[in-house]
Design a binder for this molecule. Sequence first.
Ligand code: ZN
Length: 152
Amino acid sequence: MDLKELYRDVILDHNRRPRNYGRLEADGPAVLHAEGHNPLCGDRLTVYVRMNGERLEEVRFEGSGCAISTAAASLMTEAVKGKDRAAVAQLFGEVHGLLTQHDAEPGTHLGKLAALSGVREFPARVKCATLSWHTLNAALGRGAATRTSLSS
Ligand code: ZN
């Protein structure tokens, strides 16, 4: 199995069986959420985060979108759960590089997130893959219900 097939299988698997799917009931100010919308494709999702100090203790998402947006959101929740804000910000930077720089090699520490590098062969779908990350950022950044639109 070559790398492209492996990446495709990861995306298909996470689209079929999204991890951490569903809402996180607000039970205090420690639960943050934000809504994201990618009008280019029609993807809509809501990301929920329960914080424990600086750490993302629980991360969930729900919504509807294409296979790439769903798989990317699922992979993101697995990757950021348990990390602190600073680590998540760094990871976001690496994922963004992976999706936008053609020669970026996925570091082995990225694990399954490396599968997202397959998306950069389809530039129109990059926003599908980054929607969940931008939405997570919005949730973490403002600490209240916000809307993110990737229309620019
Ligand atoms: Zn999409």
